[in-house]
Design a protein around this ligand. Structure first.
Ligand code: GLC
Length: 723
């Protein structure tokens, strides 16, 4: 047991939510599409978890924003939330506030910044919990680096959104440009593969939404409904009817004392208010028995509204007119947020019913608010309400397209006093038992407990190694296409490296196995580097005796099944297994013929469908390597950097093909040599942090050394420190 384990007291949980504006007070919900439900969810979850006795600390890790357009609260590196809960902010790309679709290129750097924060902390977290696709990307990388179990919550899913946008007539290219959808979905697939548990809010989310993913493993998914803030929602008191909002509603109604059918939603066509009005309008019995109250947002001048809400509201008015519902239907123009709880109470006091007829309802928070107010519900059977009603037993589910069924259900609840009483009492009790954040946190800890037992966080390797004398910085490069190719430039570069051995560690990261790499190096007179990473990041050796890093092998031996990889890819055209000596214990390699073989995305899809969590790389358009999910050249490089304590921004990483990519992303100083493989590294050209050399091979690396002024900045550490 290392120190980090021994010091352990309670649980340390690290939640990640990257986008939007997150702080502990006055959440700016609705300020923009990125600061909404998820923001509230993660802050409340952080607080609730921190209150559990077995939890020692909770960090909510988010992006630091330094921008005069937003509050300086978002620039603080650390914000205590009380009870050992903290918001920790770290940089991700530019200082300014940017929308989530623009964040993708900056996430690698965010990963590196968080890894640095966590490595400085007294101990590693027990769990990393990512929220939404962007954090899914960050969380998968961090979990892989640190060997910590990942828990993921999607919040909303790219594949579902893409379908909706397509159905609304948007073109695939437009969707891609506006929402960066391919990257989002890829991140989601990878997070689903890497996560030990996925937490959903409803069963419907699992069955209808996650089921669209290649990496669909329902056995790893758990439903824990979000907590709701129920402080403001309680049954009617004597004063309820005196509230001014009662007057606002009653002025529409001929007989305000009748039971109230309350509908409360945004003026959005998916909320299906028109079918509700038809149901009411077409039932004489219902019209006699109850009033209908429609609260659909706030409006000033209808004519000046955006077309979506305007269409919905206009239709409401036209239907009221068509069925001549004057005096029976109230549709207040405006209300304040604090009046919402009062409206539920008014409806409950009238012995009414809450109705949510939405075509689909992802969760159904309003149903829980109604339950907590003692108000029975009639709700759409599509989506979250199924779970809520089966848990609370406080109402009736209906087909949102069946006008008659809606009318019948409403009438049933209103006209049967005993039933009404029972539904009301059931809802009141269940809302508190099941939908508080405290209840959520309890279920949450139950779900993660088994993960903690089998977790094997990264060991600090007790390697038989001397501490490097020159560990101020390091140069990493691929072998074949970077070092070789120009013998003169190679000789020059090797000389430069030799002259600077005092401060620069030299590393080679190759796709070859150890023997093959060594014999090639010998042939070209390349000396043994300080660290040799082989088989695409799956093996690490240290000079001078080629000591293998066994801790690394143990670390990456996670979810790895080489046979299953070969079985899955065996029958695929255009793939041919490389000879035996090219295969590694943790690397399955093929020759890849892009003319005959499926694209890398399609191959990933196949691997995901077979439930294989792996990293796959195409390089130089002719090789395909599959390695464990915790391995890659970039991950091996980062492992080395943390073990030897070299800051990533003191590492120059040179590459030319697909397998090199993640060495150059993030906080390392990256250089792509001119003889790069265009297609595989083309997307890096957009990234300002990576230098594109004009010259090929070793000459390109020297060009980058000059560009970054890499050697003159070098400070050899004090010799006496090095043991
Ligand atoms: C080297 C390896 C081969 C691998 C390729 C790409 O050529 O020998 O197995 O597929 O690099 O990483």
């Amino acid at each position: 047991m290392d120190n980090k384990q021994a010091e352990k007291k309670g649980l340390y949980l690290a939640l990640i939510s990257v986008h939007g504006l997150t702080r502990g007070h006055d959440l700016e919900l609705g300020r923009d599409p990125d600061t909404g439900g998820q923001t509230r969810y993660v802050v409340e979850l952080t607080r609730a978890l921190a209150q559990c006795p077995e939890v020692e600390r909770v960090d909510l890790l988010t992006r630091r924003v330094v921008d005069s357009n937003v509050s300086s609260d978002y620039a603080r590196g650390e914000e205590p939330l009380g009870n050992n809960a903290y918001i920790i902010r770290r940089n991700a790309g530019p200082d300014g506030y940017i929308r989530k679709e623009e964040l993708w290129d900056h996430l690698d750097s965010f990963v590196d910044n968080l890894a640095h924060y966590l490595s400085e902390a007294p101990r590693l977290p027990d769990i990393i919990h990512s929220h939404y696709a962007d954090a899914g990307y960050v969380g998968s990388r961090l979990a892989a680096l640190l060997g910590i179990p990942l828990v993921h919550t999607g919040h909303s899913l790219g594949r579902v959104k893409r379908r909706r946008l397509l159905a609304a007539g948007m073109k695939p290219l437009e969707i891609e440009q506006q929402y960066n959808m391919a990257r989002r979905i890829e991140a989601e697939e990878n997070a689903l593969g890497a996560a030990e548990v996925v937490i959903a809010s409803t069963h419907n989310e699992i069955e209808d939404q996650y089921a669209r993913y290649d990496f669909y493993q329902p056995e790893h998914m758990r439903v824990i409904p979000p907590g709701t803030d129920l402080e403001n929602f309680f049954p009617p008191t004597g004063k309820t009817q005196q509230h001014p909002i009662a007057e606002q509603i009653n002025r529409f109604l001929r007989n305000p004392d009748k039971p109230m059918i309350l509908a409360l939603s945004r003026p959005d066509s998916r909320k299906n208010i028109s079918t509700l009005i038809r149901a009411y309008g077409q039932s004489q019995e219902l019209r006699r028995a109850a009033n209908l109250v429609i609260v659909a947002g706030n409006r000033d001048d209808l004519r000046e509204m955006e077309s979506g809400p305007k269409t919905v509201l206009t239709e409401i008015l036209m239907l009221i007119d068509q069925y001549d519902l004057y005096g029976h239907v109230a549709y207040p123009k405006a209300h304040k947020p604090e009046e919402v709880p009062v409206m539920y109470r008014l409806a409950a006091a009238s012995r009414g019913v809450f109705v949510n007829p939405a075509l689909t309802e992802p969760f159904g928070l309003t149903l829980i608010e109604a339950a907590a107010s003692g108000l029975p519900v009639v709700a759409t059977e599509d989506g979250g309400p199924q779970d809520i009603i089966s848990t609370c037993q406080n109402g009736i589910l209906v087909d949102p397209l069946d006008t008659k069924a809606i009318g019948k259900a409403l009438l049933k609840v209103i006209s049967n006093a005993a039933l009404w009483q029972k539904l009301s009492a059931n809802g009141l009790k269940a809302a508190h038992d099941h939908y508080s954040w405290t209840a959520h946190a309890e279920s949450y800890l139950e779900v993660i407990r088994p993960l903690l037992e089998k977790a094997r966080p990264l060991e600090r390797a007790p390697l038989l190694r001397r501490r490097m004398l020159y560990h101020d910085r390091a140069l990493f490069t691929d072998l074949d296409q970077n070092l070789l190719g120009d013998p003169n430039a190679l000789a020059e570069l090797l000389l430069l490296i030799r002259e600077n051995r005092q401060c620069v560690s030299f590393g080679i990261a190759t796709g070859r196995g150890l023997e093959s790499a060594l014999s090639l190096m010998k042939r070209f007179g390349i000396p043994m580097p300080d660290v040799l990473i082989t088989h695409v990041g799956t093996e690490i050796y240290y000079a001078p005796q080629l000591t293998a890093d066994l801790a690394w092998s143990r670390h990456i031996d996670y979810l790895w099944n080489a046979d299953a990889v070969r079985r899955t890819l065996g029958p695929i055209p255009g793939l041919e297994l490389q000879p035996k000596h090219e295969q590694g214990q943790f690397k399955v390699s093929y020759y890849y013929d892009p003319k005959k073989a499926p694209s890398i995305d399609e191959l990933n899809s196949l691997l995901h469908q077979a439930d294989l969590a792996v990293n796959s790389f195409v390089s130089f358009g002719q090789y395909l390597d599959i390695v464990p999910v915790r391995a890659s050249k970039g991950l091996a490089l980062r492992y080395f950097a943390s073990q030897w304590d070299i800051p990533l921004d003191h590492i120059l990483a040179a590459g030319g093909s697909g397998t090199d990519k993640d060495m150059m992303l993030g906080n390392t100083l990256g250089v792509v040599v001119a003889n790069r493989h265009e297609e595989e590294l083309g997307d890096l050209t957009e990234m300002h942090s990576i230098y594109f050399a004009r010259r090929p091979f070793a000459a390109g690396i020297m060009e980058a050394i000059a560009h970054y002024d890499f050697l003159s900045a070098c400070r050899a550490p004090n010799q006496s420190e090095a043991v």
